[in-house]
Design a binder for this molecule. Structure first.
Ligand code: AR6
Length: 181
């Protein structure tokens, strides 16, 4: 599904984010930036070991050995990936405390701002937090899509692609987008 927003493109597709040819792809990482399962593991495997080396350097030199806080984002190169850049962001773990929507929105907003500031005009997102981190997808989809829509309505950016890993997830995002538009 493709829709135009203020001259920008918002596209939903089912697929594997490691194969996307947008300039940047987003990784649903954890605060350690040292890799993990799910989309994080897939991105590190496809990018090669230099990605982990750069993540380790960021942890040490930029974050002073601290974890990347939830909702924040950092940018690395894409190495063996088709994408030139990977933006690593940390989604909230779902625990029904009430601050998850704000933190999830921060992930999308900060990733988009980082891209724009780097001159990147096409980006692919996975469905952040809806795997291992347990955020119910029907509650995550409106937060993700509304944050992207607001960003695109405010400026000329380019293309934003939501890459959903299953047909079922794709249908949730498609239905949600229809309701929001
Ligand atoms: N392309 C697109 N989406 C994918 C891919 C892929 N190749 N692989 C999985 N997904 P998750 P989280 C989907 O668990 O919930 C990691 O261990 C998946 O089906 O990857 O934010 C990190 O290191 C789901 O819909 O991320 C963290 O510790 C979505 O990506 C933790 O998991 C997100 O699932 C982060 O958990």
């Amino acid at each position: 599904m493709r829709t135009e927003i203020n001259g920008n493109l918002l596209e939903l597709k089912a697929g594997d984010i490691t194969r996307q040819r947008t300039e940047a792809i987003v990784n649903a990482a954890n605060g350690s930036l040292l890799g993990g399962g799910g989309v994080d593991g897939a991105i590190h495997r496809a990018a090669g070991k230099e990605l982990l080396e750069e993540c380790k350097r960021i942890r040490k030199e930029v974050l002073n050995d601290h974890y990347l806080p939830t909702g924040e984002a950092v940018l690395t190169k894409g190495y063996q990936l088709p994408a030139s850049y990977v933006i690593h962001t940390v989604g909230p773990v779902w625990n029904n405390r009430g601050d998850e929507p704000r933190l999830l929105a921060n992930c999308y907003q900060n990733s988009l701002e980082l891209s724009r500031n780097k001159g990147v005009s096409s980006i692919s997102f996975p469905s952040i937090s809806t795997g291992v981190y347990g955020y119910p997808i029907n509650q995550a989809a409106p937060v993700a899509l509304q944050t992207i829509i607001n960003f695109l309505q405010a400026q000329a950016f380019g293309d934003v692609v939501m890459t959903l890993f299953s047909e079922q997830d794709y249908q949730v995002y498609k239905q949600t987008l229809k309701e929001l538009l």
